[in-house]
Design a protein around this ligand. Structure first.
Ligand code: NAI
Length: 332
């Protein structure tokens, strides 16, 4: 049995955390040999609710769960953290402009970046789920200069899972038969869900998804729009945002980062751009990656069509705008 690790979940009294915490305590993210201590961060008014979550965690009676600390103090939460799920964020309220939303969140992620810098392990793996996730991750990394930029990522795995499920349904196969669909860019409605490099395992062998679907008009229009707007469709139906699927995706993202991707398989993660595929540096952009030894590599050399190029440019431009707005908030 490995030494226990400290795992932070922020927004721990919220709805995504409620599904995520069970997965962590059950060992489905860090593996069945890894004991974890949970550090649950939320804001002071949520401490009573959080106490209820702590009681439920005790009542799970799971052997991998070590000690659990509910707190409103980032310094206590991030002490010796090996992994952090930054789920808590200021939600968009009616009539709120993107700038207002960014402004509220930039402040939260500055504080958490500073706390990570001071108190966490230098190899801490940070997954930002709270929106606007990509730019929040960039801000957080900026305020934690002693931790490598590669240790800050944003979640686009829910979009990837949605895209994979939609393609599997269209083709009529189980979801795990479809691989290597890519989410490029921002976790927002400008993201580009790209099926052009995806493959499907059929009884006759592995085939290219575009050839099997044989309907480029659908892949370039309805499919893209369906994935971009899936979150809004869930809210319209459930009257609350995706939580179970978001928590599952957060677990998938961290598990692949911790344990590695299978040979030939890519996953999408928002990472600090190194300029690959002509994307501006220093925005957190979702790329296809492979992971070994807890380090990701952006998949290189994929052919990019003119259509894909135009989609990549739109989502990159949005991220540059978000970065500029975030910087203007920070300079105030
Ligand atoms: P929720 O509203 O149920 O929970 C959020 C929790 O965060 C609340 O308990 C709140 O008190 C807490 N919080 C607020 N400020 C905090 C701070 N400074 N420190 C610690 N905790 C703080 O929201 P839910 O449904 O759990 O969603 C959380 C976030 O995840 C939202 O920003 C949502 O937009 C985002 N999200 C991202 C997805 C993605 O694919 N990247 C998918 C679905 C949701």
């Amino acid at each position: 049995m490995a030494e226990p690790i400290n795992v932070v979940v922020t927004g721990a009294a919220g709805q995504i955390a409620y599904s995520l915490l069970y997965q962590l305590a059950a060992g489905s993210v860090f593996g069945p040999e890894q004991k974890i201590n949970l550090r649950l961060l939320d804001i002071p008014p949520m401490m009573e609710v959080l106490q209820g979550v702590v009681m439920e965690l005790e009542d799970l009676a799971l052997p991998l769960l070590g000690d659990v600390l509910p707190t409103a103090d980032p310094a206590a939460a991030f002490k010796d953290a090996a992994a952090a799920f930054l789920v808590g964020a200021m939600p968009r309220k009616q009539g709120m402009e993107r700038k207002d939303l960014l402004s509220a969140n930039v402040k939260i992620f500055k504080v958490q970046g500073e706390a990570l810098d001071k108190y966490a392990r230098k190899d801490v793996k940070v997954l930002v789920v709270g929106n606007p996730a990509n730019t929040n991750a960039l801000i957080c990394s900026h305020y934690a200069p002693s931790i490598p930029k590669e240790n800050f990522t944003a979640m686009t795995r829910l979009d990837q899972n949605r895209a994979q499920a939609a393609l599997a349904a269209r083709i009529g196969v189980q979801v795990d038969k479809v691989q290597n669909v890519i989410i490029w860019g921002n976790h927002s409605s400008t993201q580009y869900p790209d099926a052009s490099h995806a493959v499907v395992d059929l009884s006759g062998g592995v085939k290219a998804v575009p050839a099997v679907v044989n309907d480029d008009a659908w892949l370039n229009a309805q499919f893209v729009e369906m994935i971009q707007k899936r979150g809004a469709a869930v809210i319209a139906a459930r009257k609350m945002s995706s939580a179970m699927s978001a928590a599952k995706a957060a677990g998938d993202h961290m598990r692949d980062w911790w344990i590695g991707t299978k040979p030939g398989k890519w996953v999408s993660m928002g990472v600090v751009s190194d300029g690959s595929y002509g994307i501006p540096k220093d925005v957190v952009f979702s790329f296809p990656v492979t992971i070994t030894d807890q380090k990701f590599k952006i998949v290189q050399g994929l052919p990019i069509s003119d259509f894909a190029r135009s989609k990549l440019d739109v989502t990159a431009k949005e991220l540059e705008e978000e970065r500029a707005e975030a910087n203007s908030v920070l300079q105030q």
